[in-house]
Design a protein around this ligand. Structure first.
Ligand code: FMN
Length: 218
């Protein structure tokens, strides 16, 4: 016999339209200023802020509410050094032949190479893992979509809280499971150095697609 699912009252704040517009504009301004930072100051950051942002990320929707994510917050200098060394070794292989020329051409405007000092210089790294199954082998659903959404929440929350990030995907990333001792059901998803940019930090001069290219109205 199936019982009724248990429910709770929705906590939803109905806003006046001017307030809706003000909030949409404020969020837009905040995310518009967000840029990937590749030059981090080593200045310490308030880790409680990072942890709160991870809690915000963990509020994301997920397939069947399985919450198939794990966030590892790394601040230990020795662990960061090991991650940098392993990432640079993989990235030397990537930039030195494994990546197809077309991919390298697409990356050229960013000026990236196998040198990843930010992995040690940033005061914190958040390594995001996806859980292919739960600990007991039970199914998870839409894992990449769910973890991508949670990571988007995380990047936006960190930017909103005044911290810079880089979305980094050293290729391949298996070394992160080993260094961080993650279980067999988890796979590295991506790595976010978190901190303050160096003074006078510069970023690639890039453009967003215009709205009429990304928004179709029907
Ligand atoms: C899934 C994903 C993987 C990325 N991997 C890398 C990376 O490994 N190294 C890097 O320097 N930037 C990486 N980036 C950052 C992009 O290059 C960057 O987001 C893009 O150029 C737009 O710049 P912006 O983030 O400053 O707006 C990645 C971004 C995403 C979304």
């Amino acid at each position: 016999m199936s019982s009724e699912p248990s429910t709770v009252p929705l906590s939803f704040e109905r806003l006046e339209e001017p307030e809706m517009r003000a909030r949409a504009d404020a969020f837009f301004e905040n995310v518009r200023r967000r840029r990937s930072v590749r030059h981090f100051s080593s200045e310490p950051i308030p880790l409680d802020v990072v942890e709160r942002c991870i809690e915000a990320a963990a509020q994301a929707p997920s397939g069947a509410n399985k919450q198939p994510w794990t966030f590892v917050l790394v601040t230990d200098p020795d662990t960061k050094r090991r991650i940098r060394e392993a990432a640079e070794e993989e990235e030397r292989g990537f930039y030195g032949g494994r990546a197809p020329q077309a991919w390298l051409d697409d990356l050229a405007h960013l000026g990236t190479d196998a040198h990843k000092p930010f992995l040690e210089e940033a005061p914190a790294l958040v390594v995001v893992f996806l859980q292919r199954t739960d600990d007991a082998g039970g199914r998870h659903y839409y894992v990449h979509e769910s973890v991508g959404l949670a990571t988007g929440f995380l990047i936006a929350a960190l930017a909103h809280a005044g911290l810079a990030t880089l979305t980094h995907t050293p290729s391949p990333m298996g070394f992160l499971s080993e260094i961080l001792g993650r279980p067999e059901n988890e796979r590295p998803f991506l790595l976010l150095p978190v901190g303050y940019p160096i003074t006078d930090c510069r970023v690639p001069d890039i453009r967003r697609k215009p709205t009429n290219e990304v928004l179709i109205r029907r």
